[in-house]
Write a protein that binds this ligand. Sequence first.
Ligand SMILES: [Zn+2]
Length: 244
Amino acid sequence: MPGCSRPSPPSAGPAPSASAVGSCAACQAKPVDPWIQDILAIMCPQDKAFLQDLKARGVTITAYDAIHFDDPYYDCKNWTTKPFEAAGTTSCEPPPPHIDMIRSASAEENAATVYHEGVHTNPSQDGMRWRDKEYDAYVKEDRWRISHGLPPHEPSFRASNGQTDQAAIKAFVDKEYPGVISKPTHGAAPEQVVGKDPSGLTIVQRADRTTYKRKPKKGDSFSGSQTTVPPGGLDIDVNKLQCP
Ligand SMILES: [Zn+2]
């Protein structure tokens, strides 16, 4: 799905009102406006144009306390589920692009998530393979982190010279993102696991985007259903997520 880091989430039904979310005594997150101010303190003034571009393209953002994916995973005997905790996820269909992100306790991490997911909404990622979108977003995110004096997302992402280690980022994406690299049965171009059929056969997408089925292999995995906490989340006003 073009420009997106994850498949579009299933419709979650009507969102609860902001007051309903705000009344949750157990919620650790701050009220939304201070939360936005903390992000802007990290991003401004450097990211003024980036945030203006999100607004101009009509990007919408919903915040949650947690986002999980239940990714189907073949453990060598059976299809089971491997949980994936996400900081953010982007969907682009139907337009405009939409970002789901968590409100972590760290303003730096929240700002990095806005940046990373914002990269996924950019038309420059249209048509890219999922792994290529993630390589691109993590490389740009790490350069953004360097320019903001922030530590890397993963220690391995920063080479000993202080610059972004692109090979380490590729290795991380290939390992952590379900099914993005599947060894082809023939030819050199990597393939991607994209699903399974009702009988349990793995559905694999070739480099030319045609698909075929084969017996499942240990480690086969693909993106599964998304669950958010709370279910409806809290809509973030991108008009407020702007540098002065
Ligand atoms: Zn991403």
